[in-house]
Design a protein around this ligand. Structure first.
Ligand SMILES: Nc1ncnc2c1ncn2[C@@H]1O[C@H](COP(=O)(O)OP(=O)(O)OP(=O)(O)O)[C@@H](O)[C@H]1O
Ligand SMILES: [Mg+2]
Length: 454
């Protein structure tokens, strides 16, 4: 792998304009004091609820090489800057500037983390890859990812997310990707946008930061794909497209989805390509083609990359499947409790529809959808019917709209929240069932998963 340390005291002081009295070396940059280990640089950020400066002594006690702070006197193990978020940003920019890695930037309404983790694995076949943790995709997550980028890594994968226009532009300016991808455009965080086209425009900001001659990767199935292609074309040296659309460079032509993975048929620049895939669902196959499109944009071998897709696994709460013991048999759990918006709901219901047995859906509210929220919840009905779900449980005030739209034996119980719904789903489960649990993080549908597993 690469060589630690990532930051010396003098490099970090030069990057941030800060002052330090020490001669320390840090192998990692960390913002959570509880995660600090031997030799880390702890950055004390001030958040709405916590001030990292309170944990500086704790971080030093855990063996931190140094702490970046906005208060105190520069000393042996303190790097003093004017503002620590600005300091982290400058460190990230310096990390990016000195890196030899080819950087891939990933944005989109859904599928960013799934794509990032798939790229981590797939690009690992071509060199040393650095990618951020979890969904570190915002104004601190992106600089944190870049500050941790080892100077000699071959590839870096940077997830970029947003709630408002202009945010991706700021992030892509830090990451300066060689390849920039938009995975999907869908209603999410609608409270801050006029509509889906405005969301597409905000996603397209990622191309503004492309290095000259860089590559763009666009999901042609996304709403307003034309807008994305246009924005990409103004910046990119090359645009690679993917999806089920007829003119996609990486085109989905067939999917054989089994409970443990899929076989995907595609055309790669007109050439037939078949590969095994560890990700669930049709959306998993599209995400995989997006990964291959990035590989193509980087000028790497698509066939070698495709061979690594079989080993992928769905992330926690993002389609991970588990067997649940029920009354002397088992039921199959499709755990999508991590998050939800209309696009990922539709994708998860499609995945449920490919599973054998009686299908049960337990759905919690999709949050942050503004005034269109009731219509978007009721609007799940066609996808629910198409999934063949025989029993649909709902939780939360917005899911009430879907509950009311359901009829007959398909209409299961409705509860005010996930905690109240959990025992009802548990009681209904029979051997041979397939059960999908999905909702926004704030809807806490994880409680239903816990009840089913407990
Ligand atoms: N291409 C896709 N189309 C529709 N749904 C998808 C797609 N890719 C992933 N999903 C679903 O969206 C949810 C979130 O996936 P993932 O964590 O990869 O997205 P993300 O964009 O990183 O989300 P976040 O904004 O929360 O960081 C999961 O439930 C996943 O199954
Ligand atoms: Mg994410």
């Amino acid at each position: 792998m690469w060589t630690a340390p990532i930051w010396t005291a003098s490099d970090a002081a030069r990057a941030t304009g800060g002052g330090t009295g020490g001669d320390w070396r840090a192998g990692r940059v960390v913002i959570d004091s509880r995660a600090v280990g031997e030799g880390d640089l702890f950055v004390a950020l001030k958040g709405p609820n916590h001030d990292g400066h309170r944990f500086v002594a704790d971080a030093l006690g855990r063996g931190a090489a140094a702490c970046m702070v906005a208060e105190g006197v520069a000393g042996e193990r303190l790097l003093v800057v004017g503002d620590t978020l600005e300091g982290l940003t400058l460190l990230g920019r310096a990390g990016r500037a000195r890196a030899k890695a080819r950087v891939v930037g990933v944005t989109g309404s859904v599928g960013k983390t799934t794509t990032k983790e798939a790229l981590r694995r797939v690009l690992g076949g071509f060199g040393a890859v650095h990618a951020g943790l979890a969904s570190h995709n915002n104004h601190w997550g992106v600089p944190l990812t870049l500050a941790n980028l080892p100077p000699d890594a071959n590839f870096a994968v940077v997830e970029m997310g947003m709630n408002r226009a202009g945010e991706i532009e700021a992030l892509t300016d830090m990451a300066r990707p060689h390849v920039a991808q938009v995975t999907m455009v869908a209603p999410a965080h609608l409270a801050f946008f006029e509509g889906v086209e405005a969301i597409a425009r905000a996603k397209a900001e990622i191309f503004e930061g492309l290095v000259p001659g860089g590559g763009a990767v666009v999901n042609l199935d996304a709403p307003h794909a034309g807008l994305l292609i246009g924005a990409a074309g103004r910046r990119a040296g090359r645009t690679v497209t993917y999806g089920a659309a007829e003119d996609a460079d990486l085109r989905l032509t067939g999917l054989d989805a089994g409970p443990d993975g899929s076989t995907v048929d595609a055309l790669a620049f007109g050439r037939p390509l078949r590969f095994a895939l560890g990700l669930p669902g049709r959306h998993g196959a599209v995400n995989a083609l997006g990964v291959l499109a990035v590989v193509a944009a980087l000028g790497l071998d698509i066939d070698a990359a495709a061979e690594r897709l079989a080993g992928l696994e769905a992330g926690a709460g993002r389609g991970a499947r588990r067997l649940l013991p029920v009354d002397g048999g088992t039921a199959l759990l499709l755990d999508e409790s991590y998050n939800a918006n209309p696009a990922s709901m539709a994708a998860a219901l499609d995945t449920l529809g490919r599973l054998p047995g009686r299908r049960i859906a337990a759905l919690g509210d999709m949050l942050e959808l503004g005034h269109t929220s009731p219509a978007l919840h009721e609007g799940l009905l066609p996808a629910v019917l198409a999934s063949g779900a025989g029993l649909v449980f709902t939780a939360g005030p917005m899911m009430r709209h879907l509950h009311d739209a359901l009829s007959g034996s398909r209409r299961g119980a409705h509860a005010p929240d996930a905690a109240a719904l959990a025992p009802l789903v548990r009681a209904a489960l029979r051997p041979g069932d397939a059960v999908l649990v999905k909702g926004s993080l704030g809807s806490a549908m994880r409680k239903v998963v816990d009840a089913l597993e407990g």
